[in-house]
Design a protein around this ligand. Structure first.
Ligand SMILES: Cc1cc2nc3c(=O)[nH]c(=O)nc-3n(C[C@H](O)[C@H](O)[C@H](O)COP(=O)(O)OP(=O)(O)OC[C@H]3O[C@@H](n4cnc5c(N)ncnc54)[C@H](O)[C@@H]3O)c2cc1C
Length: 339
């Protein structure tokens, strides 16, 4: 591991002061479950590591004055799992539980999960995340690589477990920096981008900027018109990354969910593209329909219509299809038929 300076600021503005305006010079550490491994293998080599876990405001967790849920970036995943409001956001609870590792849930943070570095074993063994400029991924073992958004040099997948659910639930994130008083809220979906050239990151975060909070919109239970679900296709019970994931938020035109017609749907896939991936096709397949196993199946099929698998990751198309189908069934409160 390369030698580095270490700082543990107490306020958000101190964090910004400590972050370098030059990309790659500083790294934020939260739980460290992802960053430490990358530093140990010299994939990430910052001059300074800034620990955000002692910033009190980043541990905030609860409803604001409008009923929206504010989640500090340094909130541990198991803390989030234990809040009573989680039952209003079933997709988020299902995604959190899918992680299936008490250690990761106790140590990992919400901010660390949504900013997690690209999932790509070529990148994690020291090559660029855009390594396919040299055709390495196309010719190598790319069974876990992208089946959407992979036309350019980025073939990795976004590894975040929570982002698909949070995006389906219309979460926003608060960014602070590069100036200490420069803050803005953006839809979480806008945090991600597909890098097209060396030097571009997988998030839109600028050097000197970081995520302070996530905000989930208030759920009006009196209206009772929306629900959500998330499903991961995994190859076993453990903390490993899923093969594919999907999260779905369904809005209904009637006041009851069973037998009601879907007025809108947000379908977001995970682990299949360099960003969390919206499926407009699945959305269209759901609107105006009443959920049955057949309609869920059709939504899954629609979601993968435009998939562009590589030569050796075609099974991932089937995984993505199943993930969408079962997320829809979960959201509608129907049996998934899964094991
Ligand atoms: C066995 C094992 C299995 C894992 N499986 C998965 C998995 O399936 N899916 C998955 O996503 N991850 C997985 N991880 C990686 C990781 O544990 C989780 O993503 C975890 O939630 C990251 O949280 P953290 O607080 O430990 O992040 P850290 O390691 O502290 O940070 C992760 C990244 O986010 C950046 N970062 C952290 N907080 C912020 C912030 N507030 N603003 C801006 N940037 C920030 C860091 O600089 C770093 O690049 C796994 C790790 C292990 C060891």
């Amino acid at each position: 591991m390369k030698a580095f300076d270490y700082a543990a600021p107490r306020t958000e503005s101190q964090v910004v002061d400590l972050l370098s305006p030059q990309a790659g010079h500083t790294a934020i550490i939260a739980g460290g479950t992802d960053l430490m491994g990358l530093m140990r293998s010299m994939v990430v080599t910052p001059d300074r590591v800034v620990n955000i876990m002692e910033v009190e405001s980043l541990r905030e967790l609860g409803p604001d004055e409008h009923g929206a849920i504010r989640i500090g970036a340094a909130v541990h995943l198991d803390e989030l799992l234990s809040i009573p409001y989680l039952e209003n956001y079933p997709a988020l609870g299902q995604a959190l539980r899918g992680m299936n590792s008490m250690q990761l849930q106790a140590q990992g943070t919400v901010g660390g999960d949504i900013c997690v570095q690209p999932r790509c074993w070529f990148y994690r063994s020291g090559l660029s995340s855009l390594v396919d400029a040299q055709g390495v991924i196309e010719q190598g073992d790319h069974r876990n690589h992208a089946i959407f958004g992979n036309a350019g040099p980025a073939k990795f997948v976004s590894g975040s477990r929570l982002a698909p659910a949070l995006i389906a639930l219309e979460a926003e994130v608060r960014l602070l920096g590069p100036q200490p008083d420069e803050q803005r809220w953006i839809p979480l979906a806008d945090l991600y981008r597909i890098p097209r050239m060396e030097g571009q990151r997988h998030t839109t975060l600028e050097a000197g900027q970081f995520v302070t909070h996530i905000r989930l919109p208030a759920v009006d239970l009196a209206q009772g018109g929306a629900t959500s679900g998330a499903y991961e296709v995994r190859h076993g019970e453990g903390p490993d990354y899923p093969l594919a994931a999907a999260a779905v938020k369904l809005s209904f035109s009637g006041s009851t969910i069973g037998g009601a017609t879907i007025s809108d749907a947000r379908v977001v896939l995970g682990q299949v593209a360099p960003t969390p991936w919206f499926s407009e096709e699945a959305r269209r397949a759901l609107i105006g329909r009443v959920i049955t196993p057949q309609i869920a199946e059709e939504a899954g099929a629609a979601a993968v219509l435009r998939a562009t698998p590589l030569a050796r990751n075609q099974t991932k198309v089937q995984h993505a299809k199943v993930a969408v189908k079962r997320a829809v069934l979960l959201a509608a409160g129907l049996e998934t038929g899964g094991f």
